[in-house]
Write a protein that binds this ligand. Structure first.
Ligand code: NAD
Length: 254
């Protein structure tokens, strides 16, 4: 496993946590593939990584992780352009915030398709390439505290994240013999477009101070630092675990 100048695919990296993860890999000297639904935003994010985060190289490739053919085309494009791939971060995700008793089945299916099925397609197809290369690899899944605890408006989301956790554990058992580790980072409350509408109001801002021992909301880079560690050479004996990055939120009983 190389220590830098690796080819790193991050799904959903056009903004939010994925972009923060990309900034951390860029600072470590790796080359970044921003694989996101919106091709224009993916290209813009890649350019920003080069201009503002000193990325050695970054490209934006359109990809819908819920569509296996789209994932296959993205991974083929990466190996055609860079000749290899070293790290996959399964970050793309959605959270529609609908009460489970009012939810249309289509909404349920979409959440499972993007969050859970998407992570399966990306991991299986990326791991095939890593196995062919023969020198290991790293896969990091971005799950959530919602893999363990949820609420009426996050039942689909919690189910998808709990499924991602077992998918990660299962791939860890299958891929270890190839030197490929699989782990998860479970973020707590992180300020992004997904959550901004909630956390930027005055009431919830006070709630964060009460519920998070370190006393602040998390940033995308807080997650990026943890992902970078799990993808490092030093982490080669860590596989099948979930690292919670939540400022102590889940440790606190309130
Ligand atoms: N923000 C939080 O508090 C929080 C907490 C726990 C876990 N997470 C997880 O972190 C990940 C990133 O969340 P975020 O807050 O940055 O969200 P975000 O909505 O800000 O960004 C998500 C990105 O994923 C992309 N995306 C959505 N569907 C896609 C698809 N089908 N194919 C490819 N790309 C797609 C979007 O275009 C966007 O760029 C998600 O998996 C989310 O569940 C977020």
């Amino acid at each position: 496993m190389k220590q830098q100048d690796r080819i790193v695919i991050i799904t959903g990296a056009a903004r939010g946590i994925g972009y923060g993860i990309a900034e951390c890999f860029a600072a470590a000297g790796d080359r970044i593939v921003v694989a996101d639904l919106d091709s224009q935003q993916a290209r813009t994010a890649a350019q920003r990584l080069k201009d503002e985060a000193s990325a050695r190289d970054a490209v934006g490739i359109p990809c819908d992780v819920a569509d296996r053919a789209s994932v296959a085309a993205m991974i083929d494009g990466v190996t055609a352009q860079f000749g290899r791939l070293d790290v996959l971060v399964n970050n793309a995700g959605i959270c529609p915030f609908r009460d489970v008793m009012e939810m249309e089945p289509d909404t349920w299916e979409k959440t499972i398709d993007v969050n859970l099925n998407g992570a399966f397609h990306c991991t299986q197809l990326a791991a095939e390439k890593m196995i062919e290369q023969g020198d290991g690899g790293r896969v990091v899944f971005i799950t959530s505290l919602a893999e363990n605890v949820t609420q009426p408006v996050q039942v689909d989301y919690g189910a998808s994240k709990a499924g991602m956790r077992m998918t990660m554990v299962g791939f860890a058992t299958a891929l270890g013999k190839h030197g490929i580790t699989c782990n998860a980072v479970a973020p707590g409350m992180i300020l992004t477009d997904m959550t901004r509408h909630h956390w930027e109001r005055p009431g919830p801002a006070e709630e964060i101070k009460r519920r998070v021992p370190v006393g602040r909301i998390g940033t995308p880079r807080d997650i990026g630092h943890a992902v970078l560690f799990l993808a490092s050479r030093e982490a080669e004996y860590i596989s099948g675990i979930t690292l919670r990055v939540d400022g102590g939120h889940q440790a606190l009983c309130v």
